[in-house]
Every structure is written in structure tokens, then in C-alpha cells.
Design a protein around this ligand. Structure first.
Ligand SMILES: NC(=O)c1ccc[n+]([C@@H]2O[C@H](COP(=O)([O-])OP(=O)(O)OC[C@H]3O[C@@H](n4cnc5c(N)ncnc54)[C@H](O)[C@@H]3O)[C@@H](O)[C@H]2O)c1
Length: 343
């Protein structure tokens, strides 16, 4: 086998950093040459298992000593922007940054601007953007399989709102092709301890969202829900039901002449529509994202997409602080400076 021509590095070796490592191993022409982790214990454990990878405890040292074609930033959100800027200044050609993209909208914009200015390819790991299964669904919706998209409803128990909602806002934008106009949010008063440390704050909560084109969404990530994720999309001619953990993907659509009826007529005529098997998992999907980022085509999970998801989260917080009032996007002024300690 020929030697991989591209060199990768990963900063942050928590569970998700390990997931990035596995995904790089699934891409032919790239090799993870170096990793950085501030926890010596985590770094040593990783290097013991992967002795051909060089280890650092300081990201600046890694960037100074290693020439990387691609860098994964898999630390917690507050350090994403500084590390992206440092990577671009060190000459990295592509950055794959974890979500939520940044701790403020100003920082997220700075990441996009510096990457654009220096011609660095930037992707945010909203990995469903690289999933063949979700592509299939997006194409079905675009082709009108379930008609006009009316509502999208997502629920998942005991969640950290920003941590999960960033994926879901992004997924809803991808599937509908529509932008978010307005967000109302409420956050829980009960706070389960943040699993990534007491320095982080990302309470559960719920949000009501208005999209362009009269679509609306409800996301419930409240801490008192005890259910795994559940996602429904309702249209004028059918519906979609997804439970990722149980690998349930169902599309139901009106058939033949029923499709000519108005939405309120001929109820319960929906029939299942087959989805093709895609044999994917989160590792193969992330490998597809890495392959895309190493190429020179369009980036399907861009910095702008990451910004849009973060903006909806910030809007939900502003709404909560104001009694749940609807907050219109785009956000401007001081709202761009608000800082958060999401993980
Ligand atoms: N896309 C997904 O589906 C998905 C899934 C899980 C986590 N994530 C995201 O990935 C990121 C990491 O999540 P995790 O679960 O691995 O968290 P974690 O807290 O377990 O791991 C983060 C690691 O980064 C290290 N770190 C922090 N700052 C550093 C720095 N400046 N230099 C080097 N190392 C540093 C920490 O010591 C820690 O080991 C978060 O942004 C999280 O939201 C994404």
C-alpha cells in the first residue's frame, strides 16, 4: 500500500477526539501524524495505544512542529475559535472543527473570516451533512415526496440544549433548505451537572422556531425528558419518523390520486415509502466529511452553517432572558458579543 500523502492532526482526545481518529483511519490517503491533549494522562494512554503518532500537550507546539494538511479541533467549545485562528496562522490548509462552532457569534465570524481570507477550508462537524441516509431524505423532501413541509418536531431526553440543538437546527436547515426567521426559547431551572465539567454551562430547554416558507419547528431537549431522540417531519402529503438510536427511518406518503386531494381530505391514506439501505455509521459518515474537506469541491457543512446553528441557540437564550418572547434573526449588535461556556 502506498504511503498516505496527507498529514492530519487532532487537538483534544476526549471521546470525540477518539472518534475523529477512527474516522481518519477510514480515509485512504491521510494519516494522523500528531495529536495534542492537555491532560497528560489521556495523552499517554493514547500514545501507548498508537505509538506511531507524536503527542503534544501544547497546541502551539504542535502547530509549530507539524505541517498538517488538515486539523481536527475536538476540544470544548470555548477554545474552538482561538485554536482555529492559530491553526490558520500556522499554515494548516483545512480545519474540521467540532460543534457548537464557537463560544460567541463574534468568534464564529472571526473563524469564518480568517479561513476565507487565507483560503483555508473550514467545516463544522454537523456530521449528518455527510450522511447518505440524510441525503436520501433531503432529496425525497426536495422532490415533494411528503408535499409542503409544515412542522418538524424533535425531542430528546436529559440533554444539554446547545450540544444537541446545534445538530438539529443544522439538520432542519439542511432538510428543508430554509432559513430560520425567529426563535423562542425556555431553559430549565434544574441543572444536571455538566458531564464535561463544572466550568461548562449548557442547560436543557425547549425552543419554538419559525422557518421561511411557513414551516415551524419544536425542539424539546428538556432535562426532565427520559426518552431517546425522536424526530418527526409533517408535510401536506405525508410524514417522516426517525429514531436514530433504534435505526428507525420511516417515510409515509399519500399515493396516486390522493396526492391531488387538499391536505384536509382523504386522511390516513399514507403508505410507507422504501428508503435504500446505506450501510453507514457515524465513523463512515465522518470519514466522508474528512474526504470532502481534503478535496477541492464545496464544503457541505460550512462555517456559515455552523454560524446559523449557533445563532439560533443564542437567540433561544435571549428569548429565555426576556420571558420567552420570539427573537428575530439575524442577531446584531451586542448580541454578537454574548459569550457562552457550552461544551
Ligand atoms: N459531532 C458530534 O456528534 C459530537 C459528539 C460528541 C462531542 N462533540 C463535540 O466534540 C468536542 C469534544 O467533546 P468530548 O466529548 O470529546 O469532550 P471531552 O471534554 O471529553 O474532551 C475534550 C478534550 O479536549 C481536551 N482539551 C481541552 N482544551 C484543550 C486544548 N487547548 N488543547 C488540547 N486539549 C484540550 C480536554 O482535556 C479533553 O480531554 C465538544 O465540542 C463536543 O461538543 C461532538
Amino acid at each position: 500500500m502506498s504511503k498516505p500523502s496527507k498529514r492530519a492532526a487532532i487537538i483534544g482526545l476526549g471521546g470525540q477526539g477518539q472518534a475523529h481518529y477512527a474516522a481518519y483511519n477510514g480515509v485512504e490517503d491521510v494519516k494522523v501524524a500528531a495529536v495534542c491533549e492537555i491532560s497528560t494522562e489521556r495523552l499517554v494512554a493514547f500514545i501507548d495505544e498508537n505509538p506511531d503518532v507524536r503527542g503534544y500537550t501544547n497546541a502551539d507546539e504542535l502547530l509549530e512542529n507539524e505541517q498538517c494538511d488538515i486539523l481536527s479541533i475536538v476540544t470544548n467549545t470555548p477554545s474552538h475559535a482561538d485554536l482555529t485562528v492559530a491553526a490558520v496562522e500556522a499554515g494548516v490548509s483545512a480545519v474540521l472543527c467540532e460543534k457548537p462552532m464557537a463560544h460567541s457569534l463574534t468568534s464564529a465570524r472571526q473563524m469564518i473570516d480568517i479561513c476565507t481570507a487565507k483560503d483555508v477550508r473550514l467545516a463544522i462537524n454537523h456530521m449528518r451533512r455527510w450522511s447518505p441516509r440524510y441525503h436520501q431524505l433531503r432529496d425525497m423532501l426536495k422532490n415533494g415526496q411528503i408535499g409542503e413541509i409544515g412542522s418538524l418536531v424533535y425531542a430528546s431526553g436529559g440533554a444539554l440544549f446547545a450540544c444537541i440543538a446545534t445538530h438539529i437546527f443544522d439538520l432542519m436547515r439542511m432538510l428543508t433548505g430554509r432559513e430560520i426567521l425567529c426563535v423562542s426559547g425556555r431553559f430549565d431551572t434544574f441543572r444536571r451537572p455538566n458531564p464535561r465539567g463544572a466550568q461548562f454551562h449548557d442547560p436543557g430547554g425547549h425552543a419554538l422556531v419559525q422557518f421561511e416558507g411557513d414551516s415551524r419547528a419544536f425542539l424539546d431537549l428538556s432535562e426532565n425528558l427520559g426518552v431517546p431522540s425522536w424526530f418527526d417531519i409533517h408535510g401536506s402529503l405525508g410524514r417522516v419518523h426517525i429514531e436514530e438510536e433504534r435505526r428507525i427511518w420511516q417515510v409515509f406518503a399519500r399515493q396516486a390520486h390522493d396526492r391531488e386531494q387538499p391536505p384536509w381530505a382523504a386522511r390516513n391514506t399514507n403508505q410507507p415509502v422504501e428508503l435504500a439501505e446505506t450501510h453507514e455509521n457515524w465513523t463512515t459518515v465522518l470519514s466522508a466529511g474528512i474526504t470532502e474537506l481534503l478535496g477541492d469541491g464545496p464544503v457541505n457543512s460550512s462555517g456559515e452553517d455552523g454560524y446559523a446553528a449557533l445563532e439560533a441557540i443564542v437567540a433561544a437564550h435571549i428569548s429565555h432572558e426576556n420571558g420567552g418572547v420570539p427573537v428575530a434573526l439575524p442577531l446584531t449588535g451586542d448580541d454578537l458579543l454574548r459569550e457562552f461556556t457550552f461544551t
